[in-house]
Design a protein around this ligand. Structure first.
Ligand code: GLC
Length: 553
């Protein structure tokens, strides 16, 4: 049987807004991506996933779409996009675009029509509901809280109804129980496949169906239960429809984002080889394994990588999926802090950055590298709330400002916010890190003079060079990697992440101190060591801080 191309591929995620600005307006754009295609080719990338570039008021930086079939002016136009597809394909790079099926912008024509009259038929495209009255006081239909801190319902006075939004209030949820809406969304998907896109990252796909009984979670004013709108039964009917009527008609690659705590079994239901609806799904279980999520009450010293949990989370998914389905692996995406700041250490920049790359890039799954990860970009160090450009950060501030000082909230946002991943790509040490000739809204990380692409291209040893080398090795051993089973070595070890995927063994020290690791090196060839030295005695390797070894037997 011919293996699917994506099993052998390495992906790269682009957040277009902050990747490369070609026209000097301060916002990254499609032509900026075109400019950097040779860089990506040289890195060894086979496909790129591009976050939304569609027309949007940018409340959630493009995930709030006001016209699914138009390119936002800030990113370029349709010709630029066609050109990108062509140029990427000429280099053998496939294009995966974000398909946002769960919601639109409130500025979308459908929504505007929906709220234009009391019983407009477009209300069926969304979830509009009457309020509840308690002692003559009007309340939202349920006490559901959205992912972005506030109530999941917003009131529209002119029609005296509320609409549901599980993200920001400018992102009303689309009603997938309505076949008319489903047909519209299928048309949109077909349009991008006809343009030549090779597939989709399906945004927030786990949330397409809701608990249609619309009942309260508990007695509180506001409560969060992602189960009310995640991984629900009817969703699988919608996915089946998308698969048979759209994806299967094209050679379309699909990777879904399944938040809402999907289990491995649910993951398999989405994407098993036999009867899955998608090629693979992202789970969140390997992110935040340092306790940083929801850590407003934690001191910095309490944020420590739980290496054991990290490994067992990978292992659970690998065990469940072995020979049953294929997975993506990633350290971060545009919704996370930087992995170098989460699991690595700026004081051991090269060592921890290259260690993380090595651990990720030999796993039996499709790796997704997030822009800037390959040079070890780190979290931002913003001074003020106004420096943050993300609606979820702003809502977070509003939700906590009565109970915490502004300084502390800024500190927590610098630790946890999505803006960490979204700061501008550090290309070189010139003005604005070579990203743009102007900077309007977006901020720059202070360390761009030390951490940038051009510097790392010229150094003999750099994170960038190690990523390139690992991708080369991955390709050399790819037939083994996609066939053999991953075996974790010394799983109980609290500091070392080690695994074997025959004939390769990967050993990475996740600590900023030396750690002894029991391992018999007899017969092994060292393919890569991020230190000059290898301390070894009596079947024990003495690993230096963040030392990483790629071995072959
Ligand atoms: C996904 C995206 C995130 C966005 C949300 C709403 O989780 O990754 O960036 O805010 O969906 O579209």
């Amino acid at each position: 049987m011919k293996e699917k191309w994506f099993k052998k591929a390495v992906g790269y995620q682009i957040y277009p807004r902050s990747f490369k600005d070609s026209n000097g307006d301060g916002v990254g754009d499609i032509n900026g991506i075109i400019e950097k295609l040779p860089y990506l080719k040289d890195l060894g990338i086979d496909f790129i996933w591009i976050c939304p570039i569609y027309q949007s008021p940018m409340d959630d930086n493009g995930y709030d779409i006001s016209d699914f079939l138009a390119i936002d002016k800030s990113f370029g136009n349709l010709l630029d996009f066609k050109n990108l597809i062509k140029k990427a394909h000429d280099l053998g790079i496939k294009i995966i675009v974000d398909l946002v099926l769960n919601h639109s912008s409130d500025e979308h024509l459908w929504f505007q029509k929906a709220i234009s009259s009391k019983d407009n038929e477009y209300q069926e495209y969304y979830y509009f509901k009457e309020g509840r009255y308690e002692n003559d006081v009007r309340k939202p239909p349920t006490n559901w809280q959205s992912f972005f801190s506030q109530s999941a319902w917003t009131y529209v006075e002119s029609i005296d109804k509320y609409y549901l939004h599980i993200f920001s209030k400018k992102m009303p949820d689309l009603n997938w129980t309505n076949p008319k809406l489903r047909n519209e969304m299928k048309k949109i998907a077909r349009y991008y496949l006809e343009l030549g896109c090779d597939g989709f990252r399906l945004d927030a796909i786990a949330h397409l169906s809701k608990d249609n009984t619309f009942t309260n979670i508990n007695d509180l004013e506001l409560a969060f239960d992602s189960g009310k709108f995640s991984n629900r039964e009817e969703l699988f009917d919608y996915l089946k429809e998308l698969k048979t009527e759209v994806f299967d008609k094209y050679e379309c690659f699909t990777v879904g984002e399944v938040g809402g705590c999907a289990s491995e079994q649910e993951g398999l239901r989405y994407s098993n080889y036999q009867s899955g609806f998608l090629d693979m799904v992202f789970n969140f279980d390997t992110c935040w394994q340092n306790g940083a999520y929801g850590s407003i009450d934690k001191k910095d010293s309490e944020i420590v990588t739980d290496v054991y949990n990290l490994k067992t989370n990978f292992k659970r998914w690998f065990d469940a999926f072995y020979q049953k389905g294929w997975q993506p692996v990633y350290w971060l995406n545009h919704d996370h802090p930087r992995v170098l700041s989460q699991y690595g250490d700026l004081n051991y920049h090269y060592e921890s950055g290259s260690m993380l790359g090595m651990v990720l890039l030999f796993m039996p799954a499709t790796p997704f590298i997030y822009q800037g990860e390959e040079i070890g970009m780190s979290n931002v160090n913003y001074k003020d709330i106004s420096d943050f450009d993300d609606i979820s950060a702003k809502n977070f501030y509003d939700a906590h400002k009565d109970n915490y000082s502004k300084e502390w909230i800024v500190h927590i946002l610098n630790r946890c916010s999505r803006d960490n991943a979204r700061s501008i790509m550090q290309w070189n040490d010139s003005f604005n890190a070579g990203f743009s000739s102007t900077l309007k809204k977006l901020k720059i990380n202070d360390n761009y003079k030390e951490i940038n692409v051009s510097k790392q291209e010229n150094e003999t040893k750099s994170i960038l060079k190690s990523y390139k080398q690992f991708i080369k090795y991955r390709k050399e051993f790819i037939d083994f990697i996609i066939t053999n089973k991953i075996e974790f070595i010394d799983l109980d070890n609290q500091d070392i992440f080690a695994y074997q995927i025959k004939p390769l063994t990967i050993i990475g020290n996740f600590r900023n101190f030396e750690v002894d690791f029991d391992f018999d090196l007899d017969g092994y060839e060292v393919l890569y060591n991020n230190y000059e030295i290898l301390k070894y005695q009596n079947n024990k390797i003495n690993l230096a801080p963040f030392q990483a070894l790629l071995l072959k037997k």
